[in-house]
Design a binder for this molecule. Structure first.
Ligand SMILES: C[S@@+](CC[C@H](N)C(=O)[O-])C[C@H]1O[C@@H](n2cnc3c(N)ncnc32)[C@H](O)[C@@H]1O
Length: 330
């Protein structure tokens, strides 16, 4: 037995993914106010809905970042290639890697010496990337890692000790409240060595109507994306949520930059999970589902400086709605 493992870690490692999902769901629905963790949005169905959302006219973040990656590929690549020494390109929450594929293609064409290590909690995403990328990008070295961000970063470090370049795109960082994002970046820094790099995407504050519309699209994809988590709980944890009795409610506060999604119970109701737990909802009670935080450019720099990084580069789309910033671990 590894004496460095704590009892909590041992308990965690002996639990299945379903056990952990169940524990988080029960803890979240028993807390006040009720909440669910947005990392569970992404089962196979959630991945599909997120891809649909990325193609919807209102969901601007993907197009902004796609513009940056497709128009500024060479500049981004030059910044991360540096002196040309070998590196690991680790992508946190890679999803379908649509944007990073521009960079990967360019790096392969330049014969850069790197291995791509996409990390994602969705098993579906990792097997998709492991299968498709070597076909679409011959010559790419790839090792997909299925699991939580930092667990998989530890695994990546155990595989290789090369210089690290971490991609954290799509404003995934925005799925944390600002203080949690700061804690996350501090933790990320601990997993890196001085000189390692981070390329981080952040959605910027803009016209509040534009922001809110992105999380309240006319086709109702965001609504289905949120309700899918209740359906996932029904499917995987043997629960009986009636999704017709919950309404999707997004809000945006231009002052704090917090865009939040809630599901509102439309009636007094009870839901049973796995025959073991009964959760009661009052009419109009909410479940807090997700935050999509918007930042200022100055805030992005401040987060870097306060968490052990130096901001060294900035890439914007033409409307300056989105930033991809390059940070170097100090
Ligand atoms: C909003 S999508 C963005 C995907 C991609 N980065 C992009 O920009 O299009 C978030 C992705 O992060 C993954 N994810 C969310 N929380 C995670 C966690 N704690 N650990 C690992 N992956 C996570 C999800 O499965 C999903 O594929």
């Amino acid at each position: 037995m590894d004496s460095t493992l704590t009892q909590t870690e041992l308990n965690k490692s002996s639990k299945t993914k379903t056990d952990l999902f169940y524990d988080d769901v029960i803890a979240g629905l028993k807390s006040t106010p009720k909440r669910l963790n947005s990392k569970y949005f992404y089962d196979a169905n959630g991945d599909k809905l997120f891809q649909e959302l990325m193609n919807s006219p209102e969901y601007y973040p993907t197009n902004c970042e796609l513009e940056i990656f497709s128009e500024k590929t060479a500049e981004i690549a030059d910044s991360i290639i540096g002196d040309g020494d070998a590196f690991d390109l680790i992508e946190l929450g890679a999803g379908d890697a649509m944007k990073s594929t521009y960079l990967l293609k360019y790096l392969v064409s330049k014969k850069a010496d790197f291995t791509y290590l996409p990390i994602d909690i969705s098993e579906n995403v990792i097997s998709y990337l492991n299968i498709t990328l070597p076909v679409t990008l011959p010559g790419l070295k790839i090792t997909g890692l299925n699991g939580e961000y930092f667990d998989m970063m530890e695994k990546a470090a155990s595989i290789s000790s090369r210089r690290k370049v971490v991609l954290f795109l799509g404003s995934n960082i925005g799925n944390m409240a600002v203080n949690d994002a700061i804690e996350f970046c501090r933790e990320l820094r601990k997993h890196l060595s001085s000189g390692d790099m981070v390329l981080i995407g952040m959605d910027l504050k803009k016209d509040p109507k534009v922001v809110l519309a992105a999380y309240n699209d006319k086709e109702g994809i965001t609504r289905r994306f949120n309700l899918n988590l209740l359906e996932r709980i029904n499917r995987e944890l043997n629960a009986n949520f009636d999704i017709d009795k919950f309404e999707h409610y997004p809000t945006y506060d231009p002052e704090t930059g917090a865009c939040k999604s809630y599901l509102i119970s439309t009636v007094d109701q009870q839901v049973t999970i796995n025959g073991k737990e009964t959760i009661s909802f009052l009419k109009d009670e909410y479940i807090y589902m997700e935050i999509s935080q918007k930042f200022t450019i100055m805030q992005a720099d401040q987060i870097a400086i306060n968490t052990g990084f130096a901001p060294v580069g900035q890439f914007f789309d033409t409307r300056k709605w989105f930033i991809d910033a390059i940070w170097v671990a100090a």
